[in-house]
Design a protein around this ligand. Sequence first.
Ligand code: ZN
Length: 409
Amino acid sequence: MDLVQKEHERLWKRVKSSKTINDVQKTIDLLQAARDTISVDPTKAPTTLAKLQNPVKTSFDAINDDLKETYSGLNKYTKALDKLFKDRPLPSIEYDALSSQPDLINRAIVMHLLREGQFSVATTFLSEISNKKLPAQSGNVEPNCNKGAEAFAIDQFQSDGIRDQFTIMYHILHQLREESNLIPAIHWARQNREALESRGSNLEFELCRLQFVWLFRGRKEQKASVSGRQAALEYARSDFQAFVPRYLNEVQQLVGAMAFYPNLDDSPYRAIFNNPSAWKDVAHTFTREFCSLLGLSADSPLYIAATAGAIALPTLLKLQTIMKAKRTEWTSQNELPVEIPLPPSYLFHSIFVCPVSKEQATDQNPPMMMPCGHVIAQESLNRLSKSGKLKCPYCPNESQPRDARKVFL
Ligand SMILES: [Zn+2]
């Protein structure tokens, strides 16, 4: 990696200190001067052109020399890159689990594009996969199977109105981010108040609070003006009533901050009024809540899967090399033979390892809690049950196997 960094720096320096642009500019200046001379007095054309010959040739040579230098730097850099990232086959190249599920993969890609707001790319992608499938279907043994899955992807796209929903989401986000306009987002949150509240979401209040701060600060975003304070106060009077039962403290803080307006930055309310990430945070919360009401996660599953895969790839490559050297095979079906640490945001549920069998719990072998509160895996529980009785391996408690409850982590 060091070598690549060094070459990159060298190349960067070379490009920055390059005289190429000056040399090109010099040539242009020469030509322009000659043109001006000729346009003023056309009779001077032959002499001007003759005079031009040598200097133009010199400056072209200079440009070519500069280019040579840039090319050689670029070459060295690409070589360093090639050396670092050798063309190695990816793991599982013998067995490609994804190739048997093209429809699911296509669907994941379409959904990803829609969620990213790449509507026209998604439309092109959909039309291309359906074009590709049509000729294949005529010779396919199971044409219905393909057609069904494809229709499913397009149904999702059209009839479910996912695209329309994401169009709305991007419109609101655009207003919020680019125009500092919170009104469409507040309107949406108000329309979905019940669903948001049942999720315990604070979105509507967060949006309205930011609207209050934005009004308070005034359009210039700098000093709080009289008109800004007045507008904020009026906004609080008309819109905050509904929030009082649940957000009394927060509303009091906002209104209380008014008394500190000449030196808000030294007041206890500084954090509310001077939060540089407030707009970003509220946009993020809005995206998360909008997706969750559609039954989707805040981040695209394809993005998460690809990123997690990229993090895991070096470990898997190493594992493959070791397995080849030792001539062993990867035998466990649903489990990776090595630990692959992922960042906390990539851990979606806790992992339970049965203390009896030392096996990781799965959907087929879930963790079960006995009435005494101890938890073991289903298979261990079955093994320990004798004639309708179950003795806990960790305490003297005895119970019936059917009293054990499945634990969701
Ligand atoms: Zn117990």
